[in-house]
Design a protein around this ligand. Structure first.
Ligand SMILES: Cc1cc2nc3c(=O)[nH]c(=O)nc-3n(C[C@H](O)[C@H](O)[C@H](O)COP(=O)(O)OP(=O)(O)OC[C@H]3O[C@@H](n4cnc5c(N)ncnc54)[C@H](O)[C@@H]3O)c2cc1C
Length: 323
């Protein structure tokens, strides 16, 4: 009978926090295997092209590796280069395009089922660290037409929308910034948001910009509106007056936020608090209620995705691996 691959520690997620956890493990003499569903730091890969971080580079550093950027704040491209360099320098073992599908405790081991480009395989381990982030699962509106090909849940770059009618759905930072960039790249933008005012979390230097563009009629806005459905070439909304309205759209960006893969956590037997979906973890060790399964990074905050980011999640590995 063929034996399953065995690893002391598997880390699911090769984002900044998964990589930082691997460095902490290495410093305790453990050589973990990182399995990553996409490319290294796949969430940053999905950031808009050319995007600048709001965090200064030293706060994005992991494992004490210096992060030098040309400007005061690093760009997406500089961050990708930095995290590639960390993997290379620390010789971290990363298997990209390999996704944790499920895991279960079988006797002394945790049996992980993983999907690879060549099919499913099984890896047994003593310790499983989940650092899977939240950027893989868009919050869907559950309206018809949401998966039509001209509806995008990630904002790539504004250039592609020059001269087009674009509807942006959402009112938080991602949506507001996308609307402004699209407008400045020559798209005719309509912003649809269910709130009647922009939330306080919108960056203080961005808020007056969007409000002034709307007041000047340069960006159309439908605040207090609900999306009813999306059809080829149009977003149908119920506007603040309660009337049904069709907004012409060559392209739609539905930027309504993201959530962790809570279904995966439940499959693993991890208890989640109803409402917040916060996992039951020991705050000192980050071990979940399932012995041997740990959580690190943004997923520890449950639905509150902006509660833990790179600068305050990057030391989680030191709680899990103590030596
Ligand atoms: C547009 C934007 C701008 C941001 N700017 C900043 C900023 O300036 N400063 C800051 O600190 N934070 C910023 N953030 C937040 C930051 O990106 C996250 O806090 C950070 O990426 C969280 O790191 P993580 O390693 O926990 O998760 P992630 O970076 O999301 O990494 C998780 C990784 O796990 C992989 N994965 C998912 N599921 C599986 C699975 N089942 N099996 C295997 N692998 C899996 C994913 O592909 C991903 O690579 C920003 C976020 C966005 C969207």
């Amino acid at each position: 009978m063929q034996k399953n691959q065995f690893e002391d520690t598997v880390i699911a997620g090769g984002g900044p926090i998964g990589l930082a956890c691997a460095i902490s493990a290495r410093r305790c003499g453990i050589d973990p295997l990182i399995i990553e569903a996409g490319a290294i730091a796949d969430s940053i890969v999905r950031y808009p092209i050319g995007m600048g971080f709001f965090t200064t580079p030293e706060l994005l550093e992991i494992g004490g590796h210096p992060f030098v950027s040309a400007g005061q704040k690093p760009t997406r491209e500089e961050a990708l280069k930095y995290y590639r360099g960390v993997v290379r320098t620390d010789k971290l073992r990363v298997r990209t395009y390999t996704k944790l599908v499920t895991a279960e405790r079988v006797g002394d081991v945790i049996r992980c089922t993983v999907a690879t480009p060549d099919g499913e395989t099984v890896i047994d381990c003593k310790r499983l660290v989940l650092a899977t982030g939240y950027f893989g699962e868009p919050n869907l509106m559950d309206v018809p037409g949401e998966s039509l090909p001209f509806v995008h849940h990630y904002f790539d770059e504004p250039h592609r929308s020059f001269g087009l009618d674009v509807v942006v759905i959402g009112g938080r930072n991602s949506a507001v910034e996308a609307a402004l960039e699209l407008f400045r790249a020559g798209a005719r933008v309509t912003l649809v948001y269910r709130g009647t005012v922009f939330p306080a979390s919108v960056k203080y230097w961005v808020k007056p910009d969007i409000e002034n563009r709307i007041a000047a009629g340069e960006i159309s806005a439908r605040l207090g509106a609900t999306v009813l459905r999306i059809e080829k070439g149009a977003v149908i909304i119920r506007n603040a007056e309660g009337l049904e309205e069709a907004l012409h759209a060559d392209r739609v960006y539905a930027l309504t936020g993201f959530r962790a893969d809570f279904a995966l956590f439940r499959r693993l037997g991890i208890e989640l608090e109803p409402g917040t979906e916060r996992a039951s973890v020991n705050p000192d060790t980050l071990e979940t209620n399932v012995p041997g399964i740990y959580m690190a990074g943004s997923i520890v905050a449950g639905r509150y995705t902006s509660g833990i980011f790179i600068e305050n999640g990057r030391f989680d590995g030191d709680k899990i691996f103590r030596c």
